[in-house]
Design a binder for this molecule. Structure first.
Ligand code: NAD
Length: 381
């Protein structure tokens, strides 16, 4: 199969996430970098694109210019990644999808739940791929957890505990630091700060592993650093749509926590424990037996885990490699469509617009619940 043409909006020089997308789209030799509108500054964006090896005619000054020119080409892009700041995701994703492009959008997919519903409706009406980069779901041992739950090894899943906490916004002296301040400003960040930025990764991970979506939740949001309008610490209780109970904590003031994304799943026949900072090990405790440590790459793991594992056993897994599995899954879908046999729903392993919408519904409900003394609030989707 010929390589797939790939382009990016955003991810310019010095951006946090641009390199990760270029590396991960290239890792499996499926996608070839062909076009970009990479920077808010047109000159800087074009210059950077050319330096990265784009033809000058496909290094664009704006996403509008890119959309118009790429729409006319016979060798048009197979996938466009949107890696711009949050507030622009909706408009750009919508415009590319309406012109027939498949899209991988950075999270959060939109700023509001209504926008997210519009993207899901658009995805359904166009049939285009709209993936969302919940990259942590690409870890091999996360996929192993999902398979163990699906195969019934845990029996009925009773509950989960998820966390995503760090301590890097704990310094009150950072109040005026422009890289931190906007995150807690509702005019720029929307209705939630820490839950929308980090907690939502933990919630998506739990949904992915359990095969259950959140149905209702109770949220306690706190702005612990004086002067912040939005929460820097969030605690949620959740009820999932197939009965599991969830507890989720996300904080940016937890000094001593680094990048603490963890998931514990408790079923009637056993429990699983995984932490992103030690991604190669999955702790599996069958009921009334000793705990077992499953190692990424060992014999006997699920096929999906093996497929996502591309380092020899014992080598540290990297987050970019997990992101690459999102690209790999999208490539599989695009190739299947090109071959005339689209994947079935169960075979789609990348997070979709629906997941992006559920996240927005959770953020919306959490913000409402937190405003009303943590009242139980149904998700509206
Ligand atoms: P950043 O501020 O470091 O970089 C943003 C880039 O987009 C810059 O190069 C900027 O010039 C460019 N840009 C801005 N507006 C643009 C426009 N209209 N057209 C073209 N380019 C434009 O931001 P970042 O940290 O790289 O984050 C980008 C997105 O990625 C955010 O939505 C963020 O939430 C998301 N993100 C996701 C993860 C993840 O784990 N999935 C991790 C980090 C960031």
């Amino acid at each position: 199969m010929a390589k797939l043409n790939w382009g990016i909006v955003g991810g310019g020089e010095g951006s946090q996430i641009g390199l990760a997308h270029r590396m991960c789209s290239a890792l499996d030799d499926k996608f070839i970098f062909k076009a970009g509108a990479m920077d808010i500054d047109p000159v800087r964006g074009k210059d950077y694109g050319v330096r990265l090896g784009l033809e000058a005619s496909r290094a664009y000054g704006s996403w509008q210019e890119m959309l118009e020119a790429e729409s006319q080409r016979e060798d048009r892009l197979d996938l466009v990644t949107i890696a711009t700041p949050n507030a622009t995701h909706f408009e750009i994703t919508k415009a590319f999808m309406e012109s027939g492009f498949h899209v991988l959008c950075e999270k959060p997919m939109t700023m509001t739940l209504d926008e997210a519903k519009e993207i899901v409706a658009l995805q359904k009406s166009t049939g285009q791929i709209c993936a969302v980069n919940y990259g942590y779901s690409g870890y091999p041992m996360v996929r192993q957890m999902r398979d163990m739950v699906e195969q019934g090894q845990l029996g009925k899943v009773r509950s989960f505990v998820a966390e995503f906490s760090h301590g890097f916004h704990a310094d009150a002296a950072d109040a005026d630091n422009p890289r931190v301040r906007w995150r807690y400003d509702p005019r720029q960040a929307g209705v939630s700060a820490q839950f929308a930025d980090c907690g939502i990764h933990a919630l998506h991970l739990a949904s992915f592993v359990l095969g259950q979506n959140p149905q209702k939740l109770s949220a306690d949001f706190a702005a612990c650093v004086d002067g912040r309008e939005l929460e820097d610490d969030a605690l949620l209780a959740l009820r999932m749509d197939k009965g599991a109970v969830g507890r989720l904590w996300s904080s940016s003031i937890a000094i001593g926590r680094m990048h603490g994304l963890t998931l514990q799943v408790f079923g009637e026949k056993g429990g699983l424990r995984w932490a992103q900072e030690q991604p190669n090990q999955l702790y599996w405790n069958p009921i009334n037996q000793s705990v077992q440590i499953l190692e990424r790459g060992q014999n006997g793991l699920s096929a999906a885990s093996g497929d996502a594992s591309r380092l020899t056993i014992g080598h540290a897994e990297g987050a970019p490699v997990a992101f690459a599995n999102i690209y790999k899954s999208i490539a599989k879908d695009i190739e299947a469509r090109k071959a005339g046999s689209p994947l079935g729903e169960a075979e789609v392993a990348y997070p979709t617009a629906f997941d992006g919408m559920v996240s927005m519904a959770a953020i919306d409900a959490a913000a409402k619940s937190a405003k009303h003394e943590s009242a139980w609030t149904a998700l509206d989707y």
